[in-house]
Write a protein of this length. Structure first.
Length: 239
């Protein structure tokens, strides 16, 4: 029995070691394929569908009879989208182009329902672009969901706005991610004095969260003056 337990333990560790190699690769390939199949192929199919309808519509028009010779080549829709993005990018870098785009946006803003969706997407875009994508500004520790229970979180904004005005306090916005899926979580507002900043990168914090605490930031290269595996913690500020 002792031999079987030893053999099983060795077999299990070997299996886990193999999984740790393949699982990230499988997930990466799956997410890439999902993006390509849903977004890239979807755009290509949509453009092909549009071209076919334009050709069908133009068959009965004497001046557009030449459209009957047009044949859509699968994959060319991606080139059309890339060309569209490049053209739009060139226009936005010039005053006349920016004026044309602004007029188009004003037209979208007066269309019911569509304007709500467009404004929401614009706000999300502005958050990422305005901060160069750094939505998670700092890694921090907070007491959550109760006292003496510590959670790893991210400071997302120190700006004072409607929430702070409503309660009459200086608060910072903190996102508390869930494990092992850090893309979901909870938004909480806390006084700066209750937020302790960790001197580690967002990437290291993500590894810590996804691993459920198994990954220890700074273990390989311990911070100066600290024991190995111990991240430095300093109070954050709302500035």
């Amino acid at each position: 029995m002792g031999f079987l337990r030893t053999y099983w333990s060795h077999l299990w560790r070997t299996l886990v070691a193999g999984m740790l190699v393949w699982v990230p690769l499988i997930i990466t390939v799956w997410l890439t394929w999902l993006f390509v199949s849903k977004f890239v192929f979807g755009i290509d199919l949509m453009i092909g569908y549009l071209v076919e309808h334009v050709v069908t519509w133009g068959k009965d028009k004497p001046n557009l009879a030449w459209l009957d010779s047009v044949r859509y080549i699968r994959g060319s829709g991606i080139l059309v989208v890339v060309a569209l993005f490049l053209t739009t990018g060139l226009l936005t870098r010039h005053f006349i182009g920016r004026r044309i785009i602004a007029i188009g946006e004003r037209i979208v803003h007066v269309i019911p329902l569509v304007n709500r969706v467009y404004r929401a997407v614009q706000q999300i875009r502005d958050v990422f672009i305005g901060r160069q994508g750094a939505v998670f500004q700092k890694v921090c520790l907070i007491e959550y969901p109760r006292e003496d229970m510590i959670a790893v979180a991210f400071v997302t904004s120190s700006e004072q706005g409607i929430v702070q005005d409503a309660v009459g306090k200086e608060l910072v916005a903190v996102f508390v991610p869930t494990t092992p899926n850090p893309t979901s979580g909870y938004l909480v507002y806390l006084p700066p004095s209750e937020v302790t900043e960790l001197d580690i990168t967002v990437e290291e914090a993500m590894k810590l969260i996804v691993s459920g605490g198994a990954y220890i930031p700074g273990k390989d290269v311990p911070p100066e003056g600290k024991e190995e595996g111990t991240p430095r913690a300093v109070p954050t500020s709302a500035g």
